[in-house]
Design a protein around this ligand. Structure first.
Ligand code: SF4
Length: 204
């Protein structure tokens, strides 16, 4: 029987990127193929759901938007089965992925967050199309070339830099300095700032 390993399901507002403020049900899957030092997600503790249990749980919430996240949701083997059921039920489906896996065609909105700390893993790009790319800023001389490389490799409608929060401190100055540099000489600011506004708002 199909089984899903899920860390949490909750209804809230999207806090980051273009869809900031969008009401949504978040499904956080267990497991990730990376282990970023500053990761703020505990994706190792989980509960098991059958497809029927998962769909019944989702029905308890009001929103018709679903954000599939993790961990790394493209690693979930039975995801296509879930996506089909969600589409049949009329949900809008967004995904948050680190960009190392191919995203299913049934997904309506793709947000990719390539990780500089694993830059060698992005030599082969699995998902070259996205609605948005969001990269968490790390303090390293090669960070900007990495962003420029990702911009060439992933055709996205929008590109964002996000400050990295480590022990409650955000590298905000570095983030806006890098935004200035990456947008320098362009008529429009191609790269924008994305903050984890849910943290400021005190919501999940
Ligand atoms: S890719 Fe995301 S979920 Fe995985 S370790 Fe890095 S920050 Fe955490």
């Amino acid at each position: 029987m199909t089984e899903f390993r899920i860390v949490e399901i909750f209804e809230s507002l999207q806090g980051e990127g273009y869809n900031t403020g969008m009401p949504a049900i978040f499904i956080r899957f267990a497991g990730c193929n990376l282990n970023c030092a500053w990761c703020d997600t505990d994706f190792r503790r989980f509960s098991r759901f059958t497809l029927t249990q998962l769909l019944a749980t989702l029905k308890q919430y009001q929103s018709k938007n679903i954000i599939i996240t993790g961990g790394e949701p493209t690693m979930v083997k039975a995801l296509p089965e879930l996506l089909l059921s969600l589409k049949q039920a009329g949900y809008f489906i967004a995904i948050e992925s680190n960009g190392l896996g191919k995203v299913d065609l049934l997904i309506d909105y793709i947000a990719l967050s390539p990780k500089f700390c694993y830059q060698s893993r992005y030599q082969k790009i699995a998902q070259p199309l996205a609605d948005e790319v969001r990269i968490v800023v790390e303090n390293h001389p090669d960070f900007l070339p990495f962003c420029q490389y990702i911009e060439k490799q992933i055709d996205a409608k929008r590109y964002y830099l996000s400050p990295c929060e480590n022990n409650g401190v955000m590298n905000m100055h570095d983030t806006i300095t890098l935004l200035g540099k990456i947008n320098e000489g362009r008529e429009n600011n191609k790269w924008l700032l994305s903050l984890q506004t849910h943290k400021f708002a005190g919501i999940e």
